[in-house]
Every structure is written in C-alpha cells, then in structure tokens.
Design a protein around this ligand. Sequence first.
Ligand code: NAP
Ligand code: ZN
Ligand code: ZN
Length: 349
Amino acid sequence: MDVKAYAAPAPGAPLVPTTIARRDLGPDDILIEIKYAGICHSDIHQGREEWGQGMIFPMVPGHEIAGVVTEIGSNVTKFKVGDHAGVGCFVDSCRECVNCKAGYDHYCLGHSVSTYNGVEKDMTTPTYGGYSTHIVMDENYALHIPESLDLAKAAPLLCAGVTTYSPLSHWNVGPGKKVAVVGLGGLGHMGLKIAKAMGAEVTLISHSPNKEEDAKRLGADHFLLSTDKDAWRAARYSFDFILNTVSVNINVDRYMGLLGLHGVMCMVGVPTEPLSVQTGSIVSSQKSLVGSGIGSIRETQEMLNFCAEHDLGSEIEIINIQDVNEAWDRVVASDVKFRFVIDIASLNK
Ligand code: NAP
Ligand code: ZN
Ligand code: ZN
C-alpha cells in the first residue's frame, strides 16, 4: 500500500512530500488511519542527525501517533475497526530477552523496531513514522486511546506523556513529595500535569521568564526562574525528585544542589553533547543521578488510562504538514505552547 508522507531526504534537509510503501496486513497486524502526529524534539535531533551518524534517510519522523483502526488481520483480538489507537516510539521488540520478558519491552536487548529511523524484523526494510496517512503494525504494540480523550490532544501522550509518566511512577512521586520539573516544553508540560495529578507539590523550573503564568495555569504550585539567584538559593535542598526535560545541557551540579537528602535527579532530555558532573554533587547527601527512556507498552496504556481518568491532555497548536519545517525551527527556539500536532488530513491537500 502506497501512502502519502513527509520525509527528510538527508540529514538536516527540509522535509518534503513523498510516497512510502506500507506492508500488506499480516494476521496480527492492524491498519491505522493516522489523524494526528505530535512533533517531538527527538524528531528534530534525529532528522538533523544531532545524535551522531548512522540515522536512516529518507526519514519519515513521528512517534506520537493517534488515529483510527480501519482494518484488522485475521488473528487480531485486541482491536476492532473504528477503535481509537495510538502508536509510540517502537512498534515491535524481540519478545525473548530478559527485559522483554519482564515487561520492559522499551529496553529490549534484542532487536527493537523503532517506529521510524529503524528497520523491521527482517533487518532490512526501513520503518517510517507518523508524518504519514497510515501505518500497519502488530496489534500487540499499539495502544488503546480512551474515547474520552481528544485524539489531537492525546497524540503527544504517546511519547511526551509516557516519557514523563514512567519515571514519575517508578520513583514513586505522589502526595507529600516535592518535585521539580525542569523545562516547560512538550515533555515538561506533561511532566508537570502528571506529577500534579499524582498528588505531588510541583515546582516548574524554566529559563524563560514569560512561562510563569502558563506554568501556574497548568498546575504548578511554584515557578523558579533558573536565572533568579536569590530564589535559587532559597530553593536549595528542598526537592525529593527533579525531572529534567531540557533539550540542551544544563549545569547539573547546580541542579543537584536543589535536592535534599537521598534526592533523585532524573534525566529524560537527551542533549547532543556529553554530560559533565562533579562527583561531589552526588556524594553529599547520598543523592542519585538517574535516567529514563520512554516507557513500556504496559506503562503507556496505564498512562493513557491515567490521563483519561484525570482528564489530562497535551496543550497543543495544530498545524498543517506544509508548515512542519517552520514548526521544527520554532520548537528549537522554545516557541511552542506546548506541542505542535500535525493535522494529517492536510497531507491530502
Ligand atoms: P521541547 O518541547 O523543545 O522542550 C525543551 C525545553 O527545554 C524547552 O521548552 C525549554 O524550556 C528548555 N530549553 C530549550 N532550549 C534551552 C536552552 N538553550 N537553555 C535552557 N533551556 C532550554 O522538547 P521536548 O520534545 O520536550 O524534548 C525534550 C528533550 O527530551 C529532547 O532532548 C528530546 O530528545 C528528549 N526526549 C527524550 C525522551 C526519552 O525517552 N528520554 C523521549 C522524548 C524526548 P524552558 O523555556 O521552560 O526553559
Ligand atoms: Zn519523542
Ligand atoms: Zn527484547
């Protein structure tokens, strides 16, 4: 099946309209008509080959996919035609390694099939993401988007939502915990909403003075401007958990100083440059510097159900696909409130 898409033909090149082939529906596959695709900063890191060479071009990005099931294979039991379905950062995994068997399929040690910029199980066919009209995939790696969630606002949950939900839930964020979320972007605004819904006291730390009002509107109990030295000093030793979503390197030592006894700082932002940290920052008060990547299929479904229960969606600006290159530049300039979502119907214009 040939479908319309937008692709980056080469590293850093603007995205252009193209046509890609989707595989025939296998017995375990579902066909999803894509309605919306979120723009994650990781799309840009990969499309511009900022994480190192070896990315696969032409690249059709998009791993925050929300759509409707339009066809199912003969063995499919989990989905029916008409269901709202979501696709995140991976569409298959080896299913045999210790991590897969333990339910941590997002940390597969064998061959994990990335939604794009990867290869299928045959190890040769490139995968293409959500900046396209349809996707064919194994039902076991697709998610149910609860009917009460708006599809456009739900799309970013498939990466930004689960990438923040997973560490917040793993490190037991909840009532009585003082949490800071660093960066009010796509991930950060979902981290803020989810940590708040989990019952924590949440501070949003930003380098943008103009984001205070939005942070408070989205539920932040406090706002800390990273350049305000007095406010910074007053916040020292006060947090149990810091979730860093910033797309460039920050001064980690400075942030570790905000943690109290046994505090944990978790990195989810993946800047292009190596990280530098003073050992003294973690030795004192037995602190932990940890990281977390996306989330498992089980966690992603749990997060979608949690968001439906708490009526949480992403704050979005809907764009036509023809404006995607400008949108990428605006993401890099932190000029989006707080996630661009592509209306995939515009691909047919
Ligand atoms: P985003 O929407 O661009 O948000 C990043 C935020 O970082 C910005 O809103 C801004 O927040 C802050 N920031 C940007 N430039 C900065 C600068 N020069 N100095 C200080 N702060 C700056 O990006 P995103 O989509 O949320 O993604 C964030 C990062 O997470 C990216 O590196 C992405 O690749 C990564 N990511 C990781 C995973 C994972 O599995 N671990 C999953 C998805 C994405 P303020 O204006 O509030 O300071
Ligand atoms: Zn992402
Ligand atoms: Zn595996």
